[in-house]
Design a protein around this ligand. Sequence first.
Ligand SMILES: Cc1cc2nc3c(=O)[nH]c(=O)nc-3n(C[C@H](O)[C@H](O)[C@H](O)COP(=O)(O)OP(=O)(O)OC[C@H]3O[C@@H](n4cnc5c(N)ncnc54)[C@H](O)[C@@H]3O)c2cc1C
Length: 349
Amino acid sequence: MPTSKTLPYDVIIVGAGINGCTSAYFLSQAGLRVALVDKTGIAAGGSGAAGAFISPKFHKQGPLKELMDVAYNEAIEFYTNVLPSHTLLKPLVHMSQEDNEEPVYLEKSAIVDARAACEALAEGIDFYRLDIQSPFYRDNMWHCGDLQSSHLVLTIGAYPKILPVDYVGLRGIWGHRIDITTSTDIPHIFHHFVSISPTLKEGVIAIGATHNVHYSPFDFDITYDIEAGRSELIEKALKTLKLYNIKILKDYTGLRSGSNDYMPMLGSLVDVSATQALHPHLQHGKAVDPKEFIYYPQLTMINGSGGYGFVLAPYLAKCLKEYLADGIPLDEAISPSRYFSRWAKRKKG
Ligand SMILES: Cc1cc2nc3c(=O)[nH]c(=O)nc-3n(C[C@H](O)[C@H](O)[C@H](O)COP(=O)(O)OP(=O)(O)OC[C@H]3O[C@@H](n4cnc5c(N)ncnc54)[C@H](O)[C@@H]3O)c2cc1C
């Protein structure tokens, strides 16, 4: 544990998944003094479970596809240049679950060793194992336990919120990945009912999916049935390929967090009570320019990347760095405040 924890940092990042680790990497490369904090460890959340395929969004046109195309190209370049030993370039075959659609063959695709990538990005950055609850801003500083910083970045994925920002609608979706060996040769990455892929470990094949909307580790009445999860993954994989002599090596599970409109979130957070007090007519549906909302000072959130956290992280972290180090404004289209007015109206009464 670093010893200089009483000194203020430029930035504290809470959450050491791929978003937190990539942000820490970009910000420290820009010369900022960064503390990375996680209650469990690096890549302890959804990031540690991810198959971590780097692929674009197929089909459907629109703003999400456009953003994903930019992020996908940046991600391929980032992982191959910055983390070459944790990145395996492989072509991808994307097969639609609808019978009438042709498979898509993509030459430029990759799989990243999720945990090793996060650890490599966090290397050399002050890391603290702390459970941060209710961080607060006083005397121009964010306070997280004994740590202080000018700016706070929240990258806590699908975990319970640590500030009262209920308007930020995020859905946690549970996923399960297994590493297996099989005597079947798998030359490509396959995306079909589940993902099937070679990995950086010689002879090890990963099969994974995030699809379970009914299970949450925060719902203590339900336990996840790992055996049933494995069987489901293998049953679905067998609909794509004949896999012989399967031996299961390891399970990885975790939650990913998706936004209601599937766009990721990068931006400041609205201080709900201060904004509602200033604009009481919001509850009657009166339009207020988001510029007039009151935001938590010096705070940015990255979240809601859905099943594309590894694809989006380098792009989002680069934008965060440009915002904090170079003063370039963030894209309002992906600001979490986009949900606020509607939420405030619904909260009426
Ligand atoms: C099985 C599976 C397969 C996937 N496959 C892919 C894929 O192929 N490609 C892809 O791009 N994406 C994939 N994803 C999605 C991707 O993993 C997520 O989008 C990504 O991991 C989100 O990263 P994150 O950093 O936002 O959150 P997380 O990785 O969940 O990190 C959040 C961290 O915050 C910490 N934390 C939470 N609360 C606190 C607190 N109060 N104090 C301190 N620390 C706290 C947690 O311990 C955790 O480590 C997959 C996900 C799963 C589960």
